[in-house]
Design a binder for this molecule. Structure first.
Ligand code: F3S
Length: 772
């Protein structure tokens, strides 16, 4: 036969404290009274009574001595009454029960209807009710909860030894009866832990022995939960009640004990069973020195095996609980059983600390796993294996305040929670689910940062110095200098836009995240640049965007590399400034004239992408044609007349008129239209000679021939008025008859610049810029 003793069996810290306080008072001498049985264990009480303790139910007839209020506590009125007598009050109310008294008193004062879930005849429940003037509704069954009247504001607490499943079931019903409900899970964690260990052992054994008073509430509940998992459960006060033959056929026997069962009763039971097992039947004859209860508490509780359902019904999955921390026996021995306790000098605060130390420790900022215990329209109650449960208010839900908690969680869900505050002032831990999500988001972003990944950001606003952006719900900042490789003058244009960016600075502690779109552009540009250099050839046609204009040309972005169109390569005609031909931002097609990969330089031509005007001219015109041209330049020896855009011919002063002209500007002006005859085309030198007087003569002869063919041979001398309409109309110049020889002045046409020349200009410009 193997005997397994469940953890947390026996005295809880509250009972242990009450017993030790009593023993200390008995040691001092004098009359020591216990107001009601000190604990729910006859054998333990018998021992104390042998040492002098007197158990009473009515203190009105005694007038001296000390009266001990037991761990269950009493009403406020009883405390005041005792204080009004000559008796010395020794209050051994468990500090945890006292905290329930306080809650009830505070909420009662605030107008809440107190509801206690528990046994109305239990001393603890009677005591709690005494802190709201005995006005509480006390319910212990679902049917009783259904009979409750509707309440505007209810405050619900539980008997500390209640079963969690019952508490939750009845709370649900009370919630439906309440417009506003404040729910406090006041089930003591020592009870939870004892029940949990009891379940684990019950599952493993053939028979379960539950040691404790027949009227002990928590022992009765241990027997109840054991029966759910084990068919053979024996609830006994001492081992003497058990007929050992009953258990002889079991291979494995489990043992647990209620909160009021002293260690010596457990040790006695173990010893008797072991002796029986060894063939020595000596009921009750136990040498206690031979049994060490700590040594036989050998059960290894595997909490991972507790299913959610089981946890919901009865207990809480204690995945994160360190058993060493929650073993109340150790607390009893190491922290409570000391000189101070024996001398009854341990005050409530110290006791609370001792109890607290037996539970899991948590700190603000911790992220924990918890089990959803209860969900209302406004909050979620979560068990986090702490002495108190945690509350997630609606505002701390992941999807914001507009979401109903019931749409997100169900009882039994295992969720991650963030500890905002250890105590909200009402004993509950303030939790947040939203901040867990937030932390997760930051952790994801930290990975994104480390992996240099590109992410999508949404621009929220343009502020001084940059853009505020949102990345997966997290705020970040993009400095103006990181928005683009190009200069950005107006930040507002990005408002509401989604941009590709990289995180370039990240501090999870300071919650700081700096982003760069420029970094993404640079990667793209580098790729394009590489591809461009691999394919570029002289003569190839490329598309680009005019980036900026300078006096000497235009820089064109070819997608990662800027090329230069020198001013002389902008057009076939003379260009005073590049802005005459191009504007910034304009898309253009250009021809590669030269490049130097080492120096990252490309020389481009724009005019080379268009047909040369000279060729057009040769196609469309011949010697003898009369055309209307525009005077584009006037010199002393003649004027240049534009025949077509990009092709000018020389109208020599001698060819302007048959009349004598001192200088061309006497009769011509820039922009004037003039009829000229093409008298010579020099294809090699690309020069044209023009004559205005021949144009007029030819026209006159042709007109005369039409009017009277016989006079068609008569020569005419063109007048200035005939030469230029505008000039005659605007300036009343005397008509002169001038004969001029038309000769084309060599046109000053710039050759495409060599790469070296372009480089020098770029360098100069760069220097100028840097000086600026
Ligand atoms: Fe106190 Fe909890 Fe024991 S309430 S008396 S420590 S079961």
């Amino acid at each position: 036969m193997e005997i397994i003793i469940a953890e947390n069996a026996g005295f809880c810290s509250g009972v242990d404290r009450a017993v030790k306080m009593t023993e200390a008072e008995l040691a001092k001498g004098g009359y020591v009274y216990s107001y009601g049985p000190l604990i729910h264990n006859k054998q333990a009480v018998d021992r104390l009574e042998k040492d002098g303790l007197i158990t009473i139910d009515d203190y009105s007839e005694i007038d001296e001595g000390k009266i001990i209020v037991r761990a269950h506590g009493v009403s406020e009125k009883t405390i005041k009454n005792i204080e009004g007598t000559n008796l010395e009050l020794i209050d051994s109310t468990c500090p945890y029960v006292k905290s329930v008294h306080k809650k009830v008193a505070d909420y009662y004062k605030d107008g809440y209807q107190i509801v206690i879930i528990g046994d109305k005849d239990h001393a603890e429940v009677i005591g709690i009710n005494g802190w709201c003037n005995d006005s509480a509704f006390i319910v212990n069954e679902a049917s009783e909860a259904y009979e409750l009247p509707n309440m505007q504001k209810s405050c619900v607490v539980s008997q500390t030894t209640n079963r969690l499943d019952k508490f939750l079931e009845l709370s649900n019903i009370i919630d439906q009866k309440s417009e506003q409900m404040k729910l406090f899970n006041t089930i003591c964690n020592a009870t939870k832990l004892r029940q949990e260990a009891c379940i684990e052992v019950s599952k493993q054994v053939d028979a379960m022995i539950v040691l404790g008073g027949k009227h002990s509430s928590n022992t009765i509940k241990l027997a109840e939960v054991s029966r759910k998992y084990c068919d053979n459960v024996y609830h006994i006060e001492t081992i003497e009640e058990l007929t050992l033959q009953d258990i002889q056929n079991f291979y494995k026997i489990g043992l647990t004990a209620g909160a009021s069962t002293p260690d010596w009763i457990i040790e006695e039971a173990v010893k008797v069973m072991e002796n029986y097992n060894n063939g020595e039947v000596n009921n009750g004859e136990v040498n206690k020195d031979e049994v060490n209860i700590d040594e036989v508490k050998n059960v290894e509780v595997n909490n991972d095996e507790v299913s959610n359902d089981e946890a919901n019904k009865v207990e809480v999955n204690n995945d994160e609980v360190n058993k060493d921390e929650v073993n109340n026996d150790e607390v009893n021995k190491d922290e409570v059983n000391n000189d101070e306790a024996n001398k009854n000098e341990m005050n409530n605060d110290e006791m609370m600390k001792a109890i607290d130390s037996s539970f899991k420790r948590i700190s603000r900022g911790d992220v924990l796993k918890g089990i959803v215990l209860y969900v209302t329209n406004n909050e979620v109650m979560v068990n986090i294996n702490f002495k108190s449960d945690g509350i997630i208010e609606r505002s701390e839900l992941p999807k914001g305040e507009s979401t109903n908690p019931k749409d997100l969680y169900q009882v039994g869900d295992i969720i991650d929670v963030y500890v905002v505050k250890i105590d909200d002032g009402e004993g509950n831990v303030v939790l947040s689910a939203k901040r867990v999500e937030f932390i997760k988001d930051w952790e994801i972003l930290e990975d994104t940062f480390k992996n240099e990944e590109v992410i999508e950001v949404e621009v929220q606003n343009a502020v001084k110095g940059g853009l505020t952006v949102l990345v997966n719900g997290v705020n970040g900042f993009m400095p103006a200098s990181q928005i683009s490789l190009s200069y950005v003058s107006d930040l507002n244009q990005f408002k509401g836009q989604k941009l590709q960016a990289k995180i370039i600075d990240f501090d999870i502690q300071k919650r700081r995240m700096i982003l760069s779109r420029k970094a993404v552009e640079k990667v793209q540009t580098d790729k394009k640049r590489k591809a461009l250099w691999e394919t570029i050839e002289v003569g190839s046609m490329l598309e680009g965007v005019v980036q900026r204009l300078t006096d000497f040309g235009a820089f064109v972005d070819l997608g990662g590399i800027d090329g230069l169109i020198h001013i002389s390569d902008l057009a076939w005609f003379r260009v005073k400034h590049p802005s005459d031909v191009l504007s910034e931002g304009e898309h253009v097609e250009v021809k590669v004239l030269a490049f130097d990969k080492e120096k990252n330089r490309i020389s481009l031509g724009l005019k080379q992408t268009k047909e040369e005007p000279w060729k057009i001219f040769l196609n469309d015109y011949k010697v003898g044609d009369i055309v209307e041209g525009e005077v584009v330049n006037i010199l002393d020896f003649g004027a240049f007349v534009r025949v077509i855009k990009g092709v000018d011919g020389l109208l020599h002063v001698s060819q302007i008129s048959n009349e004598h002209i001192e200088k061309p500007s006497d009769v011509l002006s820039i922009g004037a239209k003039v009829m000229v005859k093409i008298t010579e085309i020099n294809e090699e030198d690309k020069k044209i000679s023009l004559s205005a007087k021949e144009a007029v003569e030819t026209e006159n002869i042709e007109e005369k021939a039409k009017d009277s063919p016989e006079e068609s041979e008569v020569a005419f001398s063109p007048t200035i008025g005939e030469l230029t309409k505008e000039k005659t109309e605007t300036e009343e110049k005397p008509e002169v008859n001038v004969e001029v020889a038309v000769e084309k002045e060599p046109e000053v046409e710039e050759e495409p610049k060599a790469v070296e020349e372009v480089e020098t200009e770029i360098k100069l410009e760069a220097e100028e810029n840097s000086e600026e």
